[in-house]
Design a protein around this ligand. Structure first.
Ligand code: UGA
Length: 446
């Protein structure tokens, strides 16, 4: 049966989750304190770039199943279940800052008390929160209302930016952390339409559920850092990380995915979650050695790449101009948080070089950080005009089969630094480029 579902926070997770629940016929109340964002959403203007999402938002908004509001009280009164999809940014020491979640939980509890709402409420921690947060939020709410009036459930989100709609409508798994059978059944009911192909809904205790999220993201980060660590060794001994990836990935125990060496993971999730997990484990005196190593390798990898670029020019890039393809931390998003491209820009600017950049979606976010310190071009071809070398930082599809003759004719020297291993080595040799990539040999023109 369709439910009334409250979503607090219309960021990535909240907006996608709410829209997908509306798509399966529920009545969804999306709440945000940001009035401008809510007014924009009502006009169909989305705060994020996410393929497929605008159409779903429009459809469900027009059908009246998806409502946008700043009024939390209405959602609290109307909805039996409220998802907290709030930011949990890193504190200075790397731990997750929970103040948005705890303050919102307290506000909801006060509203239930002050409005004398007697129906049972389920509060869902959908944000990525450290182990013990369900207990913490429970204790905060219990200061205002009685235990029987509510449950707190952990329900981590596994969606990827760029594939968020697909991941939400067809999740590979749904993890639910609760010790209440009533809550488990309720959650199963609302998630059942998403897992009709048989993917599992896994119910466990709250702490294990909270840790499953960190463990999953950190494991993927470990996979990437493992390949990046190997890539340096490959370069030193003349092996090819791409061939090794194919050889490893064919073993189903290892799997093909997340084995791409590059210039390191970025975004709003892996770097933050890895640091938060490291911090939580250190807190109980049990530092996680493998996760810590993954973090260190990731940090080194982007600097290793830019060091190679600088070294190629005898550490003197003053007055040089670099074309930079890609600013987002990965393709299909406008997100530039912890983007390796930003480290490259910073180091080039420090060295006195000029940067001409292009990204299909992430220019506006880059302007917020670098303003007019670099120039932004309308397409990837224009970046090349007057540049001395090309650097590729994000593997957008549009960069994968470029016109090499054009690149060669426009650059002052035919030099490409590819942080994403996009091109075939033989082709680069034939085209007469100097081509430096990750974990593979450097091609020098004949
Ligand atoms: C990640 C997880 O994949 C999602 O399951 C999770 O829900 C999400 O974090 C989150 O916690 O909210 P996302 O950050 O959108 O999703 O991006 P990914 O596609 O996982 O990529 C993360 C980074 O790893 C990117 O910088 C990407 O370039 C890098 N990467 C990925 C590699 O360097 N090599 C690979 O083989 C794969």
């Amino acid at each position: 049966m369709a439910k009334k579902i409250g979503i607090v926070g219309t960021g990535y997770v909240g907006l996608v989750t709410g829209t997908c629940f509306a798509e399966t016929g529920n009545d969804v109340y999306c709440v945000d304190i940001d009035e401008k964002k809510i007014n924009n959403l009502k006009k169909g203007i989305l705060p994020i770039f996410e393929p497929g999402l605008p159409r779903l938002v429009e459809r469900n908004f027009n059908r009246g199943r998806l409502k946008f509001m700043t009024d939390l009280e209405t959602a609290v009164k109307e909805c039996e279940i409220i998802f907290l999809c709030l930011p949990t940014p890193p504190s200075e020491d790397g731990s997750a800052d929970l103040h948005h979640v705890t303050e919102c939980a307290a506000d909801i509890a006060k509203m239930i008390r002050d409005n004398k709402i007697s129906d049972h409420k389920i509060l869902v921690n959908k944000s990525t929160v450290p182990v013990g947060t369900a207990v913490k939020v429970h204790d905060i709410v219990a200061e205002y209302i009685s235990d029987e009036q509510f449950d707190i459930v952990s329900n981590p989100e596994f969606l990827r930016e760029g594939f968020a709609v697909e991941d939400s409508l067809k999740p590979e798994r749904v993890v639910i952390g609760t010790s209440s059978k009533y809550v488990a059944d309720f959650m199963r009911d609302i998630y059942e339409p998403f897992v009709r192909s048989g993917n599992p809904i896994i119910v466990m205790d709250e702490k294990s559920s909270e840790l499953t999220k960190y463990a999953s993201n950190s494991f993927l980060a470990v996979k990437i850092s493992y390949m990046n660590d190997l890539s340096a060794y490959c370069e030193a001994i003349g092996a090819d990380i791409e061939k090794i990836r194919a050889g490893m990935g064919a073993d189903s125990r290892i799997g093909k995915r997340f084995l791409f060496a590059g210039i390191g993971y970025g975004g709003s999730c892996f770097p933050k979650d890895v640091r938060a997990l490291m911090h939580s484990a250190e807190d109980v005196g049990l530092p996680l050695k493998i996760v810590t190593a993954a973090h260190e390798v990731n940090d080194q990898q982007r600097h290793r790449f830019i060091n190679t670029i600088l070294k190629r020019f005898d550490n003197n890039v003053k007055g040089m101009t670099f074309a930079l393809w890609g600013l987002a931390f990965k393709p299909n998003t406008d997100d530039t948080r912890e983007a390796p491209a930003f480290t490259i820009i910073e180091r080039l600017l420090e060295g006195g070089a000029k940067v001409k950049a292009y990204d299909p979606e992430a220019v506006e976010n880059t302007k917020l950080r670098f303003g007019d310190k670099i120039s932004y071009e309308k397409n990837h071809s224009l970046c090349l005009d007057g540049a001395d070398a090309l650097i590729i930082a994000t593997e957008w599809t549009v960069f994968r089969k470029p016109d090499f003759d054009e690149i060669k004719s426009k650059l002052s020297k035919p030099i490409i630094f590819d942080g994403r291993n996009l091109f075939d080595l033989d082709e680069m040799q034939e085209s007469g480029f100097e081509y430096t990539c990750i974990g593979r040999k450097t091609i020098m023109p004949d």
